[in-house]
Design a protein. Structure first.
Length: 202
């Protein structure tokens, strides 16, 4: 079975490579040897958390969380659209939100609401961190399981396409995505909106 680790430079999967492979391409190998700064490899979320913690996090996410695929406005018409996976959990109890960050990473923002309402604390994850969290809690989700599945599929497509571009040395910004890839991501984004509109009952 091939190496299931990740490239030392770009963090792309090494699945299918030789067992002793440490880079996904000759380009990444050259960048490492030339002293380029390696891209940080996000740790899996989580590694040592107990099953009861995953079930509790899934319950929080089912009740208070959101899954979104952000599509920012293009700065130039020549740029390709971007689809960024984002997940959030909001709660007026800061202890719950801080626990989520301590276990799964991410960031916290505080939103002041009109009195007498208490401030809203929001925990956020994006891209690969969001995917890892969703994969961890997926077996325990009841309401947002379909949304999570679509979100994971989108992030996997983004990572696969990025690895492809790295292998062919075409990963430069700005660049245009292939039309087929844009359509694939847009279809997943629209599916997520439809599932969310129906409350996960599709």
């Amino acid at each position: 079975m091939g190496n299931r680790g990740r490239c030392l430079f770009c963090s792309a999967s090494l699945k299918g490579k030789r067992k002793d492979a440490r880079h996904c391409s000759a380009t990444c190998q050259w960048r490492t040897k030339s002293g380029r700064t390696p891209r940080p490899i996000p740790r899996p979320y989580p590694e040592t958390v107990q099953e009861v913690d995953l079930a509790y996090a899934a319950g929080l996410f089912d009740g208070e969380g959101t899954v979104d695929i952000a599509r920012p406005t293009l700065r130039k018409p020549t740029y390709s659209p971007r689809h960024t996976l984002q997940i959030k959990v909001g709660n007026t109890s800061p202890g719950v939100i801080m626990w989520l960050r301590s276990v799964f990473g991410g960031s916290i923002t505080k939103r002041l609401l009109r009195p007498p309402r208490r401030p809203l604390w929001v925990w956020s994850l994006s891209t690969l961190q969001a995917k890892n969290f969703l994969e961890s809690v997926l077996p325990f989700l009841r309401i947002k399981q379909q949304e999570a599945t679509i979100a994971i599929e989108l992030q996997e497509a983004v990572m696969k396409y990025k690895a492809k571009m790295m292998r062919t040395n075409r990963w430069a910004k700005p660049f245009r995505l292939e039309e087929e890839e844009i359509q694939r991501r847009e279809t997943l984004a629209l599916r997520l909106v439809e599932v969310r509109r129906c409350g996960g009952l599709l």
